[in-house]
Design a protein around this ligand. Structure first.
Ligand SMILES: Nc1nc2c(ncn2[C@@H]2O[C@H](COP(=O)(O)OP(=O)(O)OP(=O)(O)O)[C@@H](O)[C@H]2O)c(=O)[nH]1
Ligand SMILES: [Mg+2]
Length: 372
């Protein structure tokens, strides 16, 4: 599903429900005339939970709704009738969402698998009714008049529910990140290999947010690719669309580095290649050290063959010539992606989730496919 707007950060307030009031009531025993406590307990307040929902791909909904409240617990009544439990509130977020405590700045949890659920604000306990006091005493030493005096009135009230301010951050879960300068043909490639239909146009910054696509490999395995907006020289200083969307390639297993080999608008493919790697490094050395498959795009253009020969002389490593437009060379690229993924795949959980951008280097990095 394609959303019209992509949002990958949000702030929300979660308020769990208050516990219901316990009841203090007595009935008089018909024969002994003793007053017997029969007040029920208050119901627990509802919890607020966050759940990973694979149907979602953006945090857009949290621009409209930011305040989430669970239901309060019901009050108890006589005849040992307990109050109803407050309704839990479930917040659905896309896979790959990180939950941060907005007050302490601590990472609470990453939600990576469908159905992963995390309790973020606990509902208050229900108040204790006086019948519950009766249960804790031995029946033989039970004395009704003393019991009335001993019952602490404070305990009848339900406890307040937790209240928490959270920051949500989405880092898409994808296996393959397609990176390159603007106009390199990234969107053309993802449209060629998946059902994704991003906008394609002969000018830079056509893609303004990441686009996911499911790709079937020759081995029949399916992987998820992400097309991220193009980077330009100075992106780390906020030029162009900046590095804002690079968080979405942090979890990928490998990168397909696409180079416009036709050198449109007088661009030099070698320079383009170096610029992109430099910007990746300035963003996060661990991202720059990710395994890359180099693909020389636009090989259907007349100038491409000469440029490729020059490129190969300067940059060591394998370069796969392709045309994202005609599909030429694309099956070979998919085969290569399959081979590399099979070797590198591992659970997509960052090893140090509290400091996702402070990883020093990635030991999966090897030099045989790339030139850095
Ligand atoms: N001749 C030729 N043109 C291509 C090829 N791949 C892409 N193009 C053209 O290059 C232009 C840019 O393609 P896009 O796919 O939009 O490029 P992009 O890398 O997604 O660009 P941004 O979203 O701006 O970063 C379009 O006019 C495409 O038709 C190719 O293999 N051969
Ligand atoms: Mg694009």
């Amino acid at each position: 599903m394609r959303t019209t707007r992509f949002v990958d950060q949000a702030s929300i307030l979660a308020e769990a429900g208050r516990g219901g009031k316990g009841c203090r009531s007595f009935y008089q025993d018909r024969w002994t005339r003793h007053a017997i406590p029969d007040g029920g307990d208050g119901g627990r307040g509802g919890h607020v939970l966050v759940r990973a929902n694979p149907q979602l791909t953006t945090l857009l909904d949290f621009q409209a709704k930011r305040h989430f409240r669970a239901g309060h617990g019901g009050n108890a009544s006589s005849k040992k009738q307990h109050g109803a439990q407050g309704t839990d509130c479930r917040i659905n977020v896309p896979l790959g969402t990180l939950l941060w405590d907005a007050d302490t700045g601590e990472l609470i949890q990453e939600l990576l698998k469908p159905g992963d659920e995390m309790l973020i604000a606990r509902g208050g306990a229900g108040g204790v009714g006086n019948a519950s006091k009766e249960r804790s005493r031995s029946t033989s030493s039970w004395a009704p008049s003393r019991d009335i005096r001993l019952l602490e009135p404070g305990k009848l009230d339900g406890a307040a529910g937790e209240r928490r301010r959270l920051r949500l951050e989405l880092k898409l879960l994808a296996d393959v990140g397609i990176v390159g300068l603007p106009n390199a043909g990234k969107s053309t490639l993802i449209a060629q290999i998946s059902q994704a239909r991003p906008k394609i146009a002969p000018f830079p910054f056509t893609t303004i947010h990441p686009v996911l696509g499911a790709v079937t490999l020759p081995s029949k395995n399916s992987v998820v690719a992400v097309d991220v907006p193009g980077l330009i020289e100075g992106a780390h200083r906020g030029k162009g669309l900046g590095l804002e969307f690079l968080r979405h390639i942090e979890r990928t297993t490998l990168l397909v580095h696409l180079i416009d080999m036709a050198g449109a608008d007088g661009r030099d493919p070698v320079e383009d290649y170096e610029t992109l790697n430099r910007e990746l490094k300035l963003y996060d050395p661990a991202v720059a050290a990710k395994r890359q498959i180099l693909a020389a795009n636009k090989m259907d253009e007349p100038a491409a063959a000469k440029n490729l020969a020059r490129f190969k002389k300067k940059i060591k490593g394998t370069v796969l010539p392709i045309s994202a437009k005609t599909g030429e060379g694309v099956p070979k690229l998919l085969k290569k992606i399959g081979e590399v993924i099979a070797r590198l795949e591992e659970p997509k959980q960052s090893r140090d989730p509290s400091f996702p951008r402070k990883r020093e280097s990635d030991p999966r990095f090897s030099e045989d496919d790339i030139g850095i």
